[in-house]
Design a protein around this ligand. Structure first.
Ligand SMILES: [Zn+2]
Length: 294
């Protein structure tokens, strides 16, 4: 990606001067994703912010991004063998019958009920997210209960799902060629906004709510790692109590020869930034343990 050119020039002192002016603006009332951040940036650039965004979106198309998927697999190795599959109602119904042997409970579940309307939005699709902190903090039910569809199907009996599997976050090295241009432009907008915001407030790192949706499976070789959060807020319970994760039964962590060392471990999550995996488009905005692509 071409460097960002400020009106005051391209030298480091000119850049520092422009950044100083950006910092001088009163931004105390701005939201983290406020469009005002980019308006401030635009005052000091030689080209329109839209042009910078489009350039960044093009550059992103040449790189990969570390993304995340929350799940509760009985055996995480199936993901490393089969990849991430799109939502399939038929497959989930089969899983429901496999997991729940209680015939009376199965009869109580109306698979055509309104609570399963989630199916209309999910069937044939899969989702990964850009920020695992946001995933764990606000969408922990994917890891606590596994499938959202199964959880909805079992409703008040969803705790039955806690008997199977281990709360897990998969790490996916996502080639952004798989992402359409409009989504990449939106991602670029978030990255630039965050870059400006952190220019002003370098010690504050936002948790990004950004999701990628796919209508095709993601190949197993794109899944490069997994980990188990130690504790997860459970927002399906009143007041969101912390769910404490027991990862001792994870088949891959138990394995004496895990696929790679990177595939094993329990971690307390720390800060993570919007992170593309190629330095040319890397806009770093906080501390994060880095990992290389496969
Ligand atoms: Zn594990």
């Amino acid at each position: 990606m071409a460097p960002i050119c400020f009106k005051s020039g391209t030298s480091s002192s000119a850049k520092k001067n422009a950044i100083k002016k950006v910092r001088a603006h009163d931004s105390s009332g701005f939201y983290a994703d406020d469009s005002e951040w980019l308006k401030i940036l635009g005052r000091y650039l030689t080209i329109r912010v839209d042009g910078v965004m489009r350039g960044l979106a093009t550059a992103l198309g040449q790189t990969r991004m570390r993304t995340y998927h929350g799940c509760r697999p009985k055996d995480v190795r199936t993901y490393f063998e089969n990849g991430l599959r799109v939502h399939s109602r038929n497959t989930l119904e089969a899983q429901l019958r496999e997991l729940i042997t209680d015939k009376a409970l199965l009869r109580m579940i109306s698979t055509d009920g309104q609570d399963l309307s989630i199916d209309e939005h999910r069937d044939g699709k899969l989702y990964v997210v850009a920020d695992d902190r946001h995933l764990i903090k606000f969408a922990g039910h994917y890891m606590i209960y596994g499938s959202e569809w199964l959880s909805a199907a079992l409703r008040y009996h969803r705790d039955r799902l806690l008997q199977f599997g281990t709360p897990t976050v998969l790490e996916i090295s996502l080639p952004l060629t798989r992402v359409d241009r409009d989504t990449r432009i939106e991602l670029a907008r978030h990255m630039l906004t965050e870059w400006v915001r952190q220019t002003v407030y370098p010690d504050q790192v936002i948790e990004l709510d950004f999701t990628f949706m796919f209508k095709k499976d993601l190949a197993p070789e794109l899944i490069v790692s997994h980990f188990h959060p130690q504790q997860i807020p459970n927002w399906l319970e009143r007041m969101g109590p912390l769910y404490l994760v027991d990862s001792s039964q994870c088949e891959l962590c138990k394995s004496p020869t895990p696929k790679t060392a990177d595939h094993c471990g329990v971690r307390a999550r720390k800060g993570v930034a919007i992170q593309a995996e190629q330095k040319s488009v890397y806009i770093r905005s906080g501390s994060h343990r880095g990992k290389s692509s496969p």
